[in-house]
Structures are given as structure tokens and as C-alpha cells.
Design a protein around this ligand. Structure first.
Ligand code: NAP
Length: 400
């Protein structure tokens, strides 16, 4: 039985938290209330002794997610004790440092899943550790406790460990499952706090990316206006989603979506001279509004100056503004993602969005029919390639 003490009762919730989710938060809260703890300190591990992951978030990102997740509970706090260390972090070292910062009367309760108790003898310096902290092992309803209780008796008798078990509700949520869901564009809503979900989304965590994705993300962040940069990120997100639906390489789609407006903010004489340098066809619409050639110009710059050689990606960027009669599915995805990404809110966008996730061609034709009157009102010309693209789509629909 855990004995009472006059100091504060502090729960320690160590974890990789990659990412933190409602299972972790529920566990900490249940133990806090059952054991009348004054505080629970969440300690994200720096470099775990027991885990190596290929698509892991950086430790600073895991820390940030825990910070967001615990902010709404006044009894939860957060420590960077392990995050700020460089090598592998062991619980014994963390607890020793923590105790030096707390009052000597404070009692520490290490909160863990019950299975960790079975493996406790593999932890560094566990004989000392069990004398420094009391362990609370959480089991789920229906957990077969016999083996665990035998182990606890041994640990108590041999090393003076103090270990209690507590039943918490079963929430079948795991960080591994969340990472897999993110990578395959499945919903993670209601598995973790919304603020953490947004953080994962905004930081492109847990996905496989094109090898140059983060390099170009940084370039765009420092060269484009904030609004254009956010639009580029959202186009990348949307393109990835559509790619998974239409069986197109999601890494190429995401990368092309990210870079599609690489040259959009080049203006005036510079744009005109690049149009000439890259030998771009001078359609009347381009002569009237040179900036509409920014897709072709971007493809030219990315190839010549940045060594992007993938022609599928370059084509998708090249044709994203006015299209082309020989558009691949990837090119159609970038064309339409640019139009429907979530920050777009023009009249009629909802309808195009709805079509886009069912039929790319239909969405393109729908957009064309919406924007033709607007161009006419402003006495602007449609690029020849756009008319050819739409004709090609309509012809093929008629044939089928
Ligand atoms: P984790 O996977 O992030 O999980 C943290 C805690 O949350 C675990 O106790 C886990 O219990 C629990 N949990 C996860 N999903 C849950 C759910 N759906 N419902 C209820 N509880 C849930 O952390 P970890 O990587 O196992 O690490 C835990 C701590 O042990 C860390 O502080 C780590 O440093 C420490 N550790 C130390 C050593 C050492 O010093 N040598 C070795 C191993 C671990 P379950 O495991 O039952 O899911």
C-alpha cells in the first residue's frame, strides 16, 4: 500500500508522445483523481532507450504538441528535462534531476502502462529507481493481472519497490496508429486534441515526403508573401489527398502542389524577359497579362536553376494556370487543387470541390464554365491552351 506523506503528491507521466493523444491524457487525469495527485508533470522523452522510429517527429515538435495538449488542464504541467539533453535519456537520471528541483517532502508517482512494470528490470538502474519513485501501473478492464501481481510481489520483496495498479477505461488509441493514419490521409479527429491535430497538419508530420519537400518549403516560406505561402501549403495538402483518390503518386502531387506558384510573384519586366528566355508561346492572353505564364516560368526556373528534373512534376507546375490539351492526371490534380484548396472561397467553389473528389475532368469543365463569363466581363482573353484542354475533355466524354 502506498503510504501517505506530508509533501505534495506529484505524478510523472513520461512518454515518447509521438504524438500525444487522448489515451495519454485520459490516463494521466484518471490517475491524478484516483490518487489525489496535486500535479502531473508530463515529460516527453528526449531520445528513448527503447524506441527508434523512421517517421518520428523531432523532439522539439513532440514537446510542442504536449505543451498544446496539456494547456487546458490546470493540474498538468510540462518539463523539458529530457528534451534538452542530447543523448539517450533514462528515467533514473530524469528522476534524480527532478528531485533536486523539488522539495524533499514531495512524493513522486511514476505513471505507466502496466506492461512496463513487467519490463522494469530492463530499465537502467531500476533498483535505485524503485526506491526514488512509487509506480502506478494502469491496466484496462479485463486485464489478466496474475503474472503482473507475481512480478510486483518480487519487485517489492527484493528491491523495496512500491507499486500500485489502477484500472483505467480502455481507449484503443495508439501513437503508431495515428502516424499511420496521417500518412494515409485517414482522419485522426477525436483521437487527440484538435490543437495537436492542427499542429501535425501544419508541420506536415508523419508523412512520407518527396526528398526535396522541406528544402522547397523553406525556400517558399522566405520568398513568397505569407498569403501565397499558405496557399501553396494548402494546395500541397489538397493535391496529396486527390492523388490518393486517383491513384497518382502522392509525393509528386504534394511537391508539385507546394511549388506550383514558385514564380507567381515575379512581376513586370522580369516576367516578360523570362517568358522570352524560356521560349514560351506568346498567346494573346499572355501578351495582355504576362503573369499568367508563371507556371511555365516556374517550371523553367526549377529545372534550370534548382535541378528539378522530374518531367511529371514540371509539367504539372507548367500547366497549372491555363492547362494544356495533354494533361496527365497529376497535372489535372495540381490544376484543380490550386482552385479548390480550403482557403479559396469564391462563389461556386463548393460545387467544384465536390466534383473534384469524384471526377477531375468534370471539375475542370465546371470551373471553365464558371470563369468564362467573368473573363468576358473584364474583356480578358482565354489562353488558347485552356480552350483546347476543355475541348479535349468534352470530346473524350462524348466518345465514352
Ligand atoms: P508512450 O508510448 O508515449 O506512452 C506513454 C504512456 O501512455 C505509457 O505508459 C502508455 O502505456 C500509456 N498509453 C499509451 N496509449 C494509451 C491508451 N490508449 N490508453 C491509456 N494509456 C496509454 O511512452 P513510452 O515510450 O512507453 O515511455 C513511457 C516512459 O517509460 C518514458 O518516460 C520512458 O522514458 C520510460 N522508459 C524508460 C526506460 C529506461 O529508463 N531504461 C525504458 C523504457 C521506458 P502502454 O505502454 O500500456 O500503452
Amino acid at each position: 500500500m502506498i503510504q501517505p506523506n506530508k509533501g505534495r503528491k506529484i505524478g510523472i507521466m513520461g512518454g515518447t508522445f509521438d504524438p500525444i493523444h487522448y489515451g495519454h491524457l485520459m490516463l494521466a487525469e484518471q490517475i491524478r483523481t484516483s490518487f489525489h495527485l496535486d500535479e502531473v508533470i508530463f515529460i516527453p522523452v528526449g531520445k528513448a532507450p527503447h524506441k527508434t522510429l523512421s517517421n518520428a517527429a523531432q523532439k522539439e515538435q513532440r514537446f510542442e504538441m504536449v505543451k498544446l495538449a496539456v494547456a487546458s488542464n490546470p493540474y498538468f504541467t510540462l518539463s523539458d528535462i529530457e528534451i534538452k539533453q542530447s543523448g539517450t535519456t533514462y528515467t533514473i537520471d530524469t528522476i534524480t534531476e527532478l528531485q533536486s528541483q523539488l522539495s524533499k517532502d514531495d512524493e513522486l508517482f511514476f505513471i505507466t502502462g502496466a506492461d512496463a512494470i513487467l519490463l522494469l528490470e530492463s530499465w537502467k538502474d531500476y533498483q535505485t529507481l524503485v526506491k526514488k519513485v512509487k509506480f502506478i501501473g494502469a491496466t484496462r478492464p479485463g486485464y489478466e493481472k496474475k503474472v503482473l501481481e507475481d512480478k510486483i510481489r518480487v519487485l517489492e520483496a527484493k528491491f523495496g519497490a512500491q507499486i500500485e495498479l489502477s484500472v483505467v477505461p480502455a481507449l484503443a488509441i495508439s501513437s503508431t496508429d495515428i502516424r499511420e493514419r496521417v500518412d494515409t490521409e485517414k482522419s485522426i479527429k477525436y483521437l487527440l486534441p484538435e490543437v495537436v491535430e492542427s499542429y501535425i497538419h501544419e508541420n506536415f508530420l508523419y508523412k512520407k515526403h518527396h526528398e526535396r519537400f522541406f528544402e522547397f518549403k523553406q525556400i517558399l516560406e522566405s520568398t513568397l508573401s505569407k498569403k501565397r505561402y499558405m496557399h501553396s501549403l494548402e494546395t500541397a495538402h489538397t493535391a496529396r489527398k486527390l492523388a490518393l483518390i486517383f491513384n497518382v503518386d502522392p509525393l509528386k502531387a504534394e511537391f508539385a502542389g507546394l511549388c506550383h506558384d514558385f514564380a507567381k510573384e515575379i512581376k513586370g519586366k522580369k516576367m516578360q524577359s523570362l517568358i522570352i528566355d524560356f521560349g514560351i508561346y506568346q498567346d494573346p492572353s499572355i501578351i495582355a497579362t504576362p503573369n499568367i505564364a508563371h507556371g511555365e516560368v516556374a517550371a523553367g526556373i526549377l529545372k534550370k536553376e534548382y535541378g528539378v528534373m522530374d518531367e511529371d512534376i514540371l509539367d504539372a507546375i507548367r500547366w497549372h494556370t491555363y492547362g494544356n490539351k495533354e494533361m496527365s492526371d497529376l497535372s489535372k490534380i495540381i490544376y484543380i487543387s490550386d482552385i479548390i484548396e480550403p482557403t479559396r472561397d469564391f462563389e461556386g467553389v463548393e460545387e467544384i470541390r465536390k466534383y473534384a473528389f469524384m471526377d477531375l475532368d468534370l471539375a475542370i469543365v465546371k470551373f471553365f464554365s464558371q470563369c468564362t463569363p467573368h473573363l468576358e466581363d473584364k474583356h480578358l482573353k482565354m489562353h488558347r491552351y485552356t480552350t483546347e484542354m476543355v475541348k479535349q475533355i468534352l470530346d473524350s466524354q462524348e466518345r465514352n
